[in-house]
Design a protein around this ligand. Sequence first.
Ligand code: SPV
Ligand code: MN
Length: 592
Amino acid sequence: MNDKLSRLANRRVCEIIEHYTKLCRPACVTVIDDSDEDAACLRRRALEGGEEHPLSMHGHTYHFDGASDQARDKAHTKLLLSTPMAFGFETATLDRQTGLDEMENLLDGIMEGKEMFVRFCCLGPTQSPFSILALQLTDSAYVAHSEDLLYRRGYEAFRTTSTPDDFFVFVHSAGALEHGVSRDTDKRRIYVDLEGNRVFSINNQYAGNSIGLKKLAFRLAIARAHREGWLAEHMFLMGVHGKPGRVTYFSGAYPSACGKTSTAMIPGQSIVGDDILYARAFDGELRAVNVERGIFGIIENVNAEDDPEIFNVLTHEGECIFSNVLITDHGEPVWTGSGMDVPASGGKHFMGQWTPEMKDESGKPVPISHKNARYTITLEALANRDPALHDPRGVRLDAMVYGGRDSDTSVPIAEARSWEHGVLLGACIESETTAATLGQEGVRKHNPFANLDFMTLPLTKYVSDHLELGRKLKKTPKVFVTNYFLRGQDGKFLNHKLDKKVWMLWAEARVHGEVGAIDTPIGLIPKYEDLVPLFRSALDKSYSREDYDAQFTVRVEAYRAKWTRMANVFNNIEMPATFVEQLHDQIQRLAV
Ligand code: SPV
Ligand code: MN
């Protein structure tokens, strides 16, 4: 037996590897431990196998996903269920046995001629009550390499665990490759086996589809959190730095591509995580950790002015994987909104050789990078990472923010009247769709807790868990809702990108009871006179009364329409009594 496996002495791990080796028939199996040598090996293999390519900057590589594999494929991500379940929202499901049988067939020989990588990771910090161990089998060195940047290594954690049978399992195959890119994306399947705590994913490479530890593990974690009485959320985690020397931790849920990472990266604040957190009550206090240790972030509009910290990492030596950006003849990455010169001669693109004249089938110019093009880096590379990043106890969570992409209704920031009202507001996020998922963009969709894409529980249970959590806490976090995308009658955005810094500092001051608020039917909104000094100190800007009026006038008719839509949604779902009351009260407050 492989040395690393015998040192691990985990029977279940060995059986799983044996089973999938026989079934998928890889040419060889490489077991990865926590050493830097093994991490370097994955990077090398990704380059040798053509899934990544070198760039001129030391440590930088690039990867292309297929033209039809540029975002999460919701339609082919199915929950396998032994008995049908009423979720209260649309989600793709499949009879468990049918799905498992289909998978056994599709996995048969899928890795022939390829190398299978076995890697061990830990979701959440290691040696922590939050830790969940995860075993990944994949024939994609790009996937295994990305996981090294994005997750904590877990071989030692597997070796020393006191519960050796308790881990998530991910089996992935990129399927047949053509020029290093998955060829058979029309046969893409992502099957989530909740009962088996495992996920199968085949014929894809885009990280949101392929990387077991990202959204696939997240789906398993949501179901597990429900069973065990904690929360797994699609949220950033950040330190907001208010008064000198004071750090207050905030989490925030925003649908994909709606400002989540950029909020966590607000200048002067510190980032713990930008995508997924676990939160638990300990002795009446809510604590949270980042599940990950890196960022798989959207690269569009990352530039020296708007995102200086990330831009700095992307333009300096150190490990970084660029995906679906333009590569110049000099081996340099260029992307939309980078502020970089685009060479007239063009360069390499996920759709082939790109020139500025290139048009798609409908005659539209092909952008230099895909809207969902991404970078993969470690959080350690960022100067503004929070010192508590790896703290096994997590950080104390004092506030939660819910955001959406809403051009015509919600004010830039409002505070919920209570934890229960906050749960209602989180459950009623509506947001316009983006390029982070396949399908049409700009369509307003209800996206409860910005988590609908990953929800593996009926909505009523998910909401009950939030309400129940509030009962366990001595002090519940304050809840805020934000909207960075409000437009005026002329169609122009009413806010500047950086204004979110002011909203977060205002919210932080609210947590500490330092500023007042105006009680309105939709929640508590800032007073003009409290925002003026914040705009001055945070952004060195003056803030006019007209701007305030345009942004914070409650658009009563639009809000009424929103709450009518929500009433229609929830009239058809059995929800907890507290939630129904909150919804009723919200509608009543707007009626008078
Ligand atoms: C998101 O789309 O929410 C992401 C990227 O964070 S991924 O889920 O990996 O596609
Ligand atoms: Mn996400």
